[in-house]
Design a protein around this ligand. Structure first.
Ligand code: UT7
Length: 328
């Protein structure tokens, strides 16, 4: 029997043109180009100009994905935006994007799963399609971390960048497509990576503004260890679900958090480094945008051929993590 599955029929991405180099950061905090490259693998990142919002980035990535997919705005049944940096607390950026695209039929909502936002969105969209509740869904991973980073904290401000990645999923009957996804979280880790203030528990006060509590705070080395362990484990679990070995994977697209995290998990999984997609040098850690933007780059550069098996794996605040296996 042929099963109903979802398949990615188009990808798109967008990074703002403004480059922030390590040398620029040398002028802002006590750091060096050499330290950043050796400890993170990042050479430069892209950041938005004032006035550019999340839905602007999403619109560009979405239009590019929809063009590749050959779908019109009115074909979309849902729009899901994986993000922790919406345009505004309310309404959802997915609704703002819906308006910009004119996707009037779609149900639109945001999904907050830290840097794992795209994998979570993929898991949710895949379920709606498998159950027959939706036929065509636009999913995004997008974040503007430059607006929530503490530019005085050298341990975090050197890491992050802005961007958006999109994919159009459509129902089809056959083998391959989105084979399976596992998502995980561990709320015991909430304090390892968070923005303490500005939400409903601790609203902004005039005193709190400016002391860094409205910005990302991270216990870097703890997060580092959890990221390596969690991404390796969940990626292996997804492979086990399908009786596959790392040798069966043509391309691994890990979350682009730190080249040392990516190298460590690549070693743990035992995958050939030539089969790992790396974009962190150009864009830094763009949170939930990292995976879909890297997938788009791989597709457009011909690094993905029909029938290829692609393994995606991400980790982020929550803690959240997950992996997805796709056959192109
Ligand atoms: O996307 C979501 C998940 N996020 C991540 O996965 C990020 C995970 N963490 C990391 O990538 C790394 O922990 C960091 C890049 C954030 C930090 O690298 P590290 O090798 O873990 O450094 P560290 O925190 O252990 O600090 C080592 C030293 C410290 O100095 P002392 O105490 O040894 O004198 C830091 O103050 O490096 C210092 N340091 C810096 N030095 C120059 C921290 N940041 C910088 C900097 N430039 N930018």
């Amino acid at each position: 029997m042929r099963l109903r599955r979802s398949k990615i029929i188009g990808t798109g991405s967008y990074h703002p043109p403004k480059v922030l180099s390590n040398f620029d950061l040398e002028q802002m905090v006590e750091t060096t180009n050499q330290w950043i490259i050796e400890r993170t693998g990042i050479h430069e990142r892209r950041i938005v100009e004032k006035g550019e919002g999340l839905s602007d980035l999403c619109e560009r990535a979405s239009r590019s994905a929809m063009k590749m997919a050959g779908v019109k705005p009115e074909d979309l049944d849902q729009i899901i935006v994986g993000t922790i940096t919406p345009d505004m607390p309310m309404p959802a950026s997915a609704c703002i994007l819906q308006k910009k695209l004119g996707a009037n039929r779609a149900a639109a909502y945001d999904l907050a799963a830290g840097c794992t936002g795209f994998i979570y969105s993929l898991a949710v969209a895949d379920q709606f399609i498998r159950t027959g509740c939706a036929r065509t869904i636009l999913i995004l991973g997008a974040d503007i971390l430059s607006n929530i980073v503490n530019w005085k904290d050298r341990a975090t401000c050197i890491l992050f960048g802005d961007g958006a990645g999109a994919a159009v999923l459509q129902s089809y009957e056959g083998t391959g497509g989105v084979m399976g996804t596992r998502i995980r979280s561990d709320g015991q880790g909430v304090d390892l990576l968070k923005i303490p203030m500005g939400g409903s528990a601790c609203p902004a006060t005039p005193e709190s503004l400016g002391n860094g509590d409205h910005c990302i705070q991270m216990m870097g080395s703890e997060v580092f260890k959890c990221a390596v362990r969690s991404m390796s484990e969940v990626a292996q679990e997804v492979l086990n679900d399908f009786g596959l070995d790392v040798k069966d994977i043509d391309l691994l697209i890990p979350h682009q958090a730190n080249i040392r995290i990516m190298n460590a998990m690549t070693r743990q999984l035992g995958i050939d480094p030539d089969r790992v997609m790396v974009t962190i040098d150009k864009y830094g850690n763009t949170s939930s945008a990292a995976i879909p933007a890297a997938l788009d780059e791989a597709v457009r550069r011909g690094r993905v051929q029909q029938g290829d098996r692609i393994l995606l794996t991400a980790f982020g605040a929550g803690l959240t993590w997950g992996a997805s296996l796709i056959q192109w």
